[in-house]
Structures are given as C-alpha cells and as structure tokens.
Design a protein around this ligand. Structure first.
Ligand code: NIG
Ligand code: FE
Length: 420
C-alpha cells in the first residue's frame, strides 16, 4: 500500500510503546525516539513510522511529501479531563484567592462552581457553543486533538443536557474529537444544601436519559469535603455503571475522604486530582488498574503547595495521565503544554513519562485506546508537530507555544501555528 501523505525529515519522533493498555510504573519512562524519522499516512490512518530514508514502496505519483526539518512529532495530544462548557468567568475570585480565601470557602459562600452555574444557566445554546468553540481553538493551536468534556454547571436536567448537546455538536463540527462526561453531581445546588442525598437521587434519575439520548459515555462526581461524600459518590457511580456508563471520580483533591477507595472498589476508568491521596490508596489504585488523571495546573492556579505524588505513584506501578482540568475556577487555561511542563518541573516526571501520559495513557483514560494515542499502524493519523530540535526542548523551553502543525485524521488542520 502506498501513502497519501508522508511527513519526513523529523529531527525526532516520539513513538510510544503500544501494549494495548495504559502503561504503568517504569514502562512510562520507555518509548521509541526515532531520529531523522518519517510518518506515512493513508486514508487518514498511520501506515508506517520509521527512521532514515523513506522506503520507495510507500511512495506513488500522488503521494504528498512534506519536509519537517527541525521539527518533532508526537501522537496528537489528548486532554483527558476538562470542564469545557460554561458561561461567564471567575477572575473576580482571584483577589480573594490572593488574600487567602480558600477554594472551598468561596464555594460555601455561594461562589465558585455555584457562580458559574448561574452564568451557565442563563447562557443560550449558541452562546455556549461559540464560547466553547473559542476555547477549543486555543486547545487545537496548542496541539490537542482529543478532549474529554464534562457537564456539571447546570445541575438541572435542562442545562446539563444543553452543555452535553454543545459537546455533541462541536464534536461533529470541528476537527477535534470530544469525549462527553455527565457530571451533574459537581456541586450541591443551593436548594438541596441540607439534603445532598436527595440531589444524588435526582442525578440518578437523569442517568437513563443520558444513555437514551446518547449524550455521554462517562459519569463523574466531585467527592470532596462539603460536596459529595464517599457513600453518595459510590451510590451514583454504581448506578451509572448499571446503566452502562463508564465512570471516573474527582477524589482527594483538597481533602482525602475516601474517593480513591471508591474508585478502586468500583474499578472506575480513572480517578482525578489525587493531590491528597494516601499511600494505602495509591496501592489500591495500582492493584485495581485505575488510571490516575493528574492536574498540576490546579495546584498551580489555586496557589497551593501540594502536587499529586506522581513519582510515588509510578514507584507503585500505577498508570497516570496529565490533563489541564480546564475550567473557569481552579484552572482557567487551554494550554496542555504548560501542564506537561508542570509535570516535569513540579512533579519531577521525565519528558518521556510526560508524553506517555498525554498520548497512550490519556487515550485509555478516555476509552479511545484502540484508535489513538500512538503511531501504531491503523490508528488515526493524529499528529502534533513542534518547532523544536528534540523532545526535551519542548518541555525545557516552557510556557511558549511551540506547536507549529497539527494533523487530525491525516488532515493538515494547523499549519504554521494557524487554523486552516
Ligand atoms: O476539577 N473540583 C471540582 N471541579 C473542578 C473545578 C470547577 C470549578 O471551580 O468551576 C476541578 O477543579
Ligand atoms: Fe475537574
């Protein structure tokens, strides 16, 4: 078979070891780093990746050849945890944070998620669509080709549904893949403040509609002090699993109240945040094969000191990813590259561990391990290209967008840093 397109002359290609599952522990520091490499694409899929001269048998008269001299290629970056669709913004909380008011205190005063809830409820489908499209544009320009997107700023069926429909439509309209997560259990609405169990019942009643209307693949819950406890979180996620949804859980973000144990017990696909996870719970997640989705941008943006113990997790043979948590409160950013740099600078991960986290492991975290996340033949030709002499440089030269090109399903969608 010959290629439609061949990208050649890369200074370095990062090609993960594709074992058909998320990488764990030491495996995360292993990959193929190809010098003077090429990527051959046919029908929007990877045909072959290699080093040195491009074999003549891959070429035909119609093959488009693109010189990538001085550039680095990695599988399209995957952002496995975002709160993508929302109204308004929360820069007014910034001075409160600087003055030492905590995230949970702002929420308890009716701010935080509850203030975004008000702004989201009053936004129309079009307003939410346009605002989210802009955010996705930023993400694509920074090299992201797949994004997980949670609902959770409606807290009523109508608004949760609107958020998920925006995700569905944008997934159809844009050259970026979205994976939808239902997260109505993101905060306790004011009217159920005294009876969170009742609100969990209401969310459980929404599950059949989520499935029937094909609005989400995952269900998530915020298991945190002052939000939902471990028991309530478990009840919801169990019901979601019974309805055929995959599950994940915000756990141990600010306090450790048992969320990771729930993840291990229910074998959720992932557990999110984990800044305050106990050693015992690290072992449980490792044994149960739950992927840790780590979000260092949240620690950074909340001006906290504690990053999730990524090294300890790898020493315990866990699988991890790094993701933005992009949201208007605890991490207002669209730049996954900066989050990856925090992974190295603040969590002491190596560049190879970081790239495995946001490619092959993130693919499994969003249940797309069979189609994206590596350069295995037959996977989607989602390719992120950096203007950099080698992989390490893309981490070392931080907080600057080095992504020059993006190929999505083999199509050139970002060229010379612009959407085309
Ligand atoms: O993952 N922790 C809960 N949810 C988000 C924050 C959402 C918000 O503050 O709007 C998070 O950090
Ligand atoms: Fe989150």
């Amino acid at each position: 078979m010959t290629a439609d397109k061949i990208l050649y002359n890369f200074s370095e290609i990062f090609s993960p070891n594709d074992k058909g599952r998320a990488l764990r522990g030491k495996e995360m520091n292993e990959a193929n780093l190809l010098k003077n490499g090429y990527i051959a694409i046919a029908d929007g899929k990877i045909l072959k990746v290699g080093e040195g001269e491009v074999p003549e048998e891959l070429k035909s008269d119609k093959t488009e050849l693109i010189d990538m001299k001085g550039k680095v290629a990695v599988p399209g970056l995957i952002d496995a945890h975002t709160h993508l669709v929302y109204g308004g913004s929360r820069e007014h909380e910034f001075s409160k944070k600087l003055n030492g008011v905590s995230y949970l205190d702002i929420l308890a005063q009716g701010g935080g998620i509850l203030s975004t809830q008000k702004a989201t409820r009053s936004a129309s489908f079009e307003e939410l669509y346009n605002k989210t499209e802009e955010l996705l544009d930023h993400m694509m320009i920074h090299g992201v080709t797949t994004v997980e997107a949670k609902s959770g700023y409606g807290l009523t069926w109508d608004v949760e549904k609107r958020q998920m429909e925006v995700v569905k439509k944008l997934n159809e309209d844009l050259p970026i893949d979205l994976v939808s997560t239902f997260m109505a259990a993101h905060a306790i609405p004011e009217e159920y403040k005294e009876d969170p169990d009742k609100f969990i019942d209401i969310v459980i009643d929404m599950l059949p509609k989520v499935v029937e209307e094909d609005l989400a693949e995952f269900c998530d819950v915020f298991c945190e002090k002052g939000v939902f406890n471990a028991e309530q979180s478990k009840r919801l996620l169990k019901a979601a699993q019974e309805h055929g949804l995959r599950t994940r859980i915000h756990a141990d973000e600010i306090e450790s109240i048992g969320g990771s144990s729930v993840a291990a017990e229910l074998h959720t696909t992932s557990a999110e945040h984990l800044m305050m996870i106990t050693d015992e719970d690290i072992k449980k997640l490792s044994e149960s094969g739950v992927i840790g989705n780590l979000l260092p941008g949240t620690t950074f943006s909340l001006m906290e000191d504690t990053y999730a113990p990524a090294r300890k997790m790898l020493d315990n043979d866990m699988s991890i990813t790094l993701t933005t948590d992009s949201n208007p409160g605890s991490c207002p950013t669209a730049n996954l590259q900066f989050i990856m740099q925090l992974g190295c600078f603040m969590m002491k991960l190596t560049p190879v561990e970081v790239y495995n986290a946001v490619t092959i492991n993130a693919a499994y975290s969003v249940n797309r391990g069979d189609s994206i996340g590596s350069f295995k033949e037959g996977k989607k030709a989602d390719i992120t290209v950096f203007d950099a002499p080698n992989l390490d440089y893309t981490i070392y030269f931080f907080a600057t967008n080095l992504c020059s090109d993006v190929f999505k399903d083999g199509k050139h969608v970002i060229k010379d840093r612009q959407r085309i």
